[in-house]
Unconditional design. Structure first.
Length: 183
């Protein structure tokens, strides 16, 4: 997959925000087993709203959280767990970009503010880990999704990065505007 590709995901995803990243990396550092296989799923930067009804979990909303918050951990996370796709919003930094390239992974953008739409693509909650310890938003949720998206590849394993491309374009446009104003 390369920057600009648009896809819909069917399969398993797991959520992990700041606290889950720290907890999982600490467990990895202590050589403690994970209760699921992060390499077999996409990582979703999400703190879902979930309700238990008749013994089953129902996802009410599952919008992406701002991914840059995970920047201090993501390179080590990709190295430790072998995850190949990160779903989030807003992009990530240079450490993650280098890790995407090194580990053959991609970062895909999901529209912020569309948590109810995302919930419609979640067929069921497969499992939840560390709910009591981390709380609903920070717990690791495993979802089975069908046609989850659209997901837009914004950072790829070849070094492509839509955010740096946009920064360059904005700077060029700003310079052109200033040149016209200054005449």
């Amino acid at each position: 997959m390369r920057v600009g590709d648009i896809l819909y995901l069917t399969g398993d995803v797991f959520t992990a925000r700041d606290e889950a990243h720290r907890l999982m990396l600490a467990r990895y550092g202590k050589r403690e087993a994970m209760p699921f296989d992060p390499a077999s799923m996409a990582l979703f930067h999400c703190g879902p709203v979930v309700r238990k009804t008749d013994g089953d979990w129902k996802v009410i909303a599952a919008g992406p959280t701002t991914s840059i918050r995970m920047e201090p951990h993501e390179d080590r996370f990709l190295a430790a767990f072998g995850t190949k796709m990160i779903i989030g919003k807003g992009g990530m930094g240079s450490k993650t970009q280098a890790a995407l390239k090194k580990h053959g992974a991609v970062y895909v953008h999901y529209t912020g503010g569309a948590g109810a739409l995302a919930a419609k693509a979640i067929e069921w909650v497969t499992d939840v880990f560390w709910l009591e310890k981390l709380g609903m938003a920070e717990a690791v949720w495993v979802f089975q999704v069908r046609r989850f998206g659209p997901l837009y590849v914004t950072m790829d394993s070849a070094g492509g990065n839509i955010y740096t491309q946009l920064e360059k374009s904005v700077a060029e446009n700003r310079a052109a505007i200033h040149a016209r104003i200054d005449r």
